[in-house]
Design a binder for this molecule. Sequence first.
Ligand code: FDA
Length: 393
Amino acid sequence: MSSACDVLVIGAGAAGLMCALTAGQRGRRVVVLERANKVGKKILMSGGGRCNFTNIGTTPANFLSANPHFCKSALARYTPSDFIALVDRHGIPWHEKELGQLFCDRSSKDIVRMLLDECEAAGVHVVTECEAASVARGSDGFLVRASTGDFDCASLVVASGGLSIPSLGGSGLGYQLARQFGHDVLPTRAGLVPLTLSGRHAERLCDLSGVALPVEASCNGQSFRNAMLVTHRGLSGPAILQISSYWQPGDALRLDLLPGLDVAAHLRAQRSERPAAELRTVLADLMPRRFAHRLCEEWLGNRPMRELGDRALREIASALGQWPVIASGTEGYRTAEVTLGGVDTDGLSSTTMMSRHVPGLYFIGEVVDVTGWLGGYNFQWAWASGRAAGEVA
Ligand code: FDA
């Protein structure tokens, strides 16, 4: 015996729940299968427990994809203002932190509660501790085999997310189903992830674990100005997480360690004002002292300012503005916030997220080859793509 429904959604994360409540509001009979014991685990963990649920500055330029145009339609039709209106309707207090990032005042639980309340009002049936294992074509749709039984559905929405943080739901099922139904899956890799250093590079820095400073990180034509954090394995912090999505092993990655400052002019002025001061003392006024001292011990040397000629100061300024990072890799899916790559958008409709090969089959959220920057963009993609599919599935 199998249970029947109009729309079956695999995965009760951000995208799956948004899709389910939208389809339910249209009067569709919707079932959501979630293998974990509770829904929305990543929402609950996100934003340090306060869920950075959107970014008011969202544009398609904030996303990585082999087809940068694909995300435009869904993002234009369900905007941050639409999601804010939903949050406001539920009386959830929120605030803007920085750079357009909106967070709950209280807890991420508010967002999960809101989505579940909307699902309940729309008659959606959410089944937890139920893992979808395989899918076959039925006479009129799909037959999904799951750990608690079989489900017949007319429309199947794959919202099973990516590979990042397996303990929070990361799963390869979506990619497997995409291949089964004739879709290309673009190579996946960890994104928004700390970078690791090894050998001499690690020895020179990693004992400074915990030191943080503002930098501008640049790689492959993209730059992010934000905080960097030294960790016991390498580098993290928002600037590094952002640039990690643009970095691949072997790529040149550079840091401006004093962004926004005319360092050569500053050093010349310091030489005039305090010629006896050592370089490390001057730099320690601009960045964490331990970091400044290490730069001088290991790389720049440490002489009194009066002994540094104009050329030497230019070279120091240039080194500080173009600091090369030789990363050995990333911390991988274990700590990555997102998975880059995934279901090739060429095989999907950008307005409905429906498969071009198999009518009634949809892919939404992180499983698709659309990945946002850090700062609420990934949830906005989950809401927008979930909405797009929910309006038609
Ligand atoms: P998501 O992974 O959320 O949901 C997929 C669901 O499918 C999971 O619940 C999983 O258990 C389930 N599933 C998988 N296989 C299954 C199967 N076979 N059967 C049944 N169920 C199955 N983004 C942002 O915009 N702001 C933020 O603050 C953060 N913060 C953040 C913190 C941390 C620690 C992480 C790991 C990630 C973030 N993100 C974020 C990214 C964001 O969480 C992510 O992009 C979205 O959750 C993706 O939503 P999806 O619904 O596509 O997948």
